[in-house]
Design a protein around this ligand. Sequence first.
Ligand SMILES: Nc1ncnc2c1ncn2[C@@H]1O[C@H](COP(=O)(O)OP(=O)(O)OP(=O)(O)O)[C@@H](O)[C@H]1O
Ligand SMILES: [Mg+2]
Length: 154
Amino acid sequence: MRIALLSKEEYKEGSVKSYIEDLVGSLRNLFSSSTKVTIDTRIEDFNLSSKTLFALGIIVNELITNAMKYAFDEKSGGSIQVFLSKKESHVRLTIQDNGRGLPEDFALEEAKGFGLTLVKMLCQQVGGSYLIENREETGGTKSILKFKVKKSSA
Ligand SMILES: Nc1ncnc2c1ncn2[C@@H]1O[C@H](COP(=O)(O)OP(=O)(O)OP(=O)(O)O)[C@@H](O)[C@H]1O
Ligand SMILES: [Mg+2]
């Protein structure tokens, strides 16, 4: 697994929007040879604790890396979208691609890779739920992480 993490001082507590957008910017550079894959973000602006930001960063890193590694043909490319929203105290992170979808025998409970195991552990750490499924309309995969924060920040 390749890591492009941001752990600068200014992120002790801060804007989830700038943290995730900066991270996605680093990942775009890291994967810049795969020019046919676009990564778009739509991220609401609110603050989270550094602990939660750090966990989200690892999760976003792993899920984008997986999409880059498995979802697309080198020639045809595709798109990855990262959405993050908050309604009252409920935060939802969605990362989706329009690639080939999960292998037929895939089962999240039995996922053997280190990456998704880590994603599940980090979701537990933030007290959230995680699922990954195939998208019926467009093809590809969709990961959804939901967790709750206190009203002001996590
Ligand atoms: N976006 C995706 N599109 C298609 N298949 C995927 C996608 N994400 C994950 N997979 C499948 O799920 C498997 C498990 O992923 P996981 O991240 O746990 O392990 P890995 O990427 O193979 O290894 P590691 O993360 O340790 O480098 C992958 O091997 C791949 O087959
Ligand atoms: Mg992986």
